[in-house]
Design a protein around this ligand. Structure first.
Ligand SMILES: Nc1ncnc2c1ncn2[C@@H]1O[C@H](COP(=O)(O)OP(=O)(O)OP(=O)(O)O)[C@@H](O)[C@H]1O
Length: 488
């Protein structure tokens, strides 16, 4: 037995079709996620050799979570995610949740990829909601899918769990079209004492995180998570179902869409629901996307399910002769809704802070204003987002913030009004080795910051560029700790 308590088995053969993992024969690969690869599988030697849970399932999916090349902390996070999946599956069984059949840890010295890998065995789906979105889903089919998603979510919440990563990739569709919620690696159990919230690792998928999550403090047990976070994700997902995959928040990248979420949550922009979404669903989406936890809390999965059950029979179907056009809650003059990338990105909370910086759009920094500053070296801004690197029009979505204080969280309330863009050359006068650590959108991590001299007349006169926002290494002196000497 391994110390995670799962059964240890010896894999037979390499991980190719036909090889054996525990009681299961490996089939063709199905897909790869951020943590795992998933293969088709079936009971080794036919279902007659399996028993109990496994006996009636001929087609399974084998989700293999390898810990190869991971730092011990990351490996522990993977093991913890697997433990959560198994625990939730065992305790909150329901026809709308994917059914788990087996789990075990591989013991395979000599095969770095498989040794220590965790294998989760579950019923196999035919695909996911993500696969269906682009082609467009009709109103009645959309209503059925949303109903079944709500059924699964209502059951999870009743059982005291928050899913934590609800998105189209994690809504599996069986061969008969029925829904199974899956991927419980970020699921959180509500605390026994209060039952209102739980604590989760600071991870999630940008496009589905509620506004409050970006500023949630990271405590010893993780970030606080409440069922209303799933309701926000549900609102995005319902919008996608009825708008061919588009989310209501504009932006070319997950980071810029997250910035649009903040703009909306802070009351600077309205919610823009695609005109293709039928009226009943528009109202439901607005409630799910209420900007605060408090405003969202009354809209529980249970209540939403009841509302869906009571909707008028024809609701949501375009009336004959109806022209597409502005409807309540829609703002056609605004930027088009955006279609997220196929695969979501999981980024730690500190990156969320980076993202939040892009929210405000202020005065443009003068390109090249810095180098003329006497006594300063030069540093060029680098934006990890390729889409922004290719643009030269200095759109607000591609702007980056300079921090006021590199020892405070890198969020909108801690950036100067001057924005910078990829390629800007700034005047730098010193380097701080240890500020708040920042992770950029590509996963690069650094606690280093550079002090930037802003153009003459700026207030404050200096600000801080995180080292992850440049590829330069200027030979500048070490900065005094901010506050110890005047910096402006
Ligand atoms: N039971 C299943 N049946 C069929 N396909 C599945 C099943 N479970 C997962 N998949 C598919 O396998 C792929 C990867 O799975 P999954 O998203 O669960 O991995 P992950 O690493 O946890 O992903 P993420 O990065 O979203 O957390 C996805 O395309 C998903 O649709």
């Amino acid at each position: 037995m391994r110390d995670d308590g799962r059964r240890t088995v010896t894999a037979v053969g390499g991980l190719t079709a036909g090889c054996r993992l525990g009681d299961w024969e490996v089939g063709a690969p199905i897909g790869t996620g951020g943590w795992a690869t998933v293969h088709a599988g079936r009971p080794a030697g036919g279902s007659a050799q399996t028993s109990g849970e496994q006996a009636d399932v001929a087609d399974v999916a084998l989700k293999i979570l390898s810990t190869e090349g991971l730092a011990p902390r990351q490996a522990r996070a993977v093991a913890e995610a697997a433990r959560r999946e198994v625990e939730l599956a065992a305790r909150a069984r329901h026809p709308r949740l994917v059914r788990f059949l087996d789990s075990f840890t591989l013991d395979r010295p000599g095969d770095a990829h498989l040794d220590g890998a965790i294998v989760l065995v579950m019923e196999r789906a035919a695909g996911s909601l993500r696969d269906r979105l682009a082609a467009g889903i009709g109103p009645s089919e959309g209503a059925r899918l949303v109903t079944e998603i709500c059924e699964g979510l209502a059951h999870l919440h009743r059982s005291g769990w928050v899913h934590g990563d609800l998105k189209p990739d994690n809504v599996l569709l069986m061969a008969d079209g029925s829904v199974r919620l899956s991927d419980f690696g970020l699921a959180t159990e509500l605390t026994a004492t209060q039952g209102t919230h739980g604590y989760a690792p600071p991870m999630g998928t940008f496009d589905y995180l509620p506004p409050e999550r970006w500023k949630a403090p990271l405590g010893e047990h993780g970030v606080r998570v409440r069922p209303s976070a799933d309701i926000w994700a549900l609102g995005i997902l319902i919008h996608q179902v009825f708008a061919s995959g588009a989310t209501p928040f504009p932006g070319a990248t997950p980071v810029s869409r997250a910035a649009a979420v903040q703009e909306y949550a802070e009351g600077r922009t309205p919610l823009r629901i695609d005109t293709a979404v039928p009226p009943f669903w528009r109202a439901l989406i607005s409630d799910c996307l209420a900007p605060t936890h408090a405003a969202r809390a009354p809209h529980t999965a249970e209540n939403l399910l009841a509302r869906i059950g009571r909707r008028p029979a024809e609701e949501g179907r375009p009336q004959p002769g109806q022209q597409p056009g502005p409807q309540p809650g829609s703002h056609p003059a605004g930027p088009p809704p955006s279609r997220p990338r196929r695969k979501g990105v999981r980024i730690a909370a500190v990156a969320a802070s980076v993202c939040a910086v892009a929210v405000a759009s202020w005065a443009y920094a003068e390109r090249g204003a810095g180098p003329e500053t006497p006594g300063a070296d030069r540093i060029r801004v680098f934006n990890e987002e390729r889409g922004c690197r290719e643009r030269t029009d200095r759109v607000p979505d591609c702007s980056l913030g300079l921090a006021i204080d590199p020892h405070r969280n890198y969020t909108t309330d801690n950036v100067v009004p001057t924005r910078v863009w990829h390629g800007d050359v700034l005047a730098v006068d010193c380097r701080l080795a240890q500020g708040v650590p920042i992770v950029d959108e590509g996963g690069t991590w650094s606690a280093e910051w550079f002090r930037i001299r802003l153009p003459a007349g700026s207030r404050p006169a200096t600000a801080w560029l995180p080292a992850v926002r440049t590829k330069d290494h200027p030979a500048v002196p070490a900065c005094p700790r901010p506050g110890s000497t005047p910096s402006r």
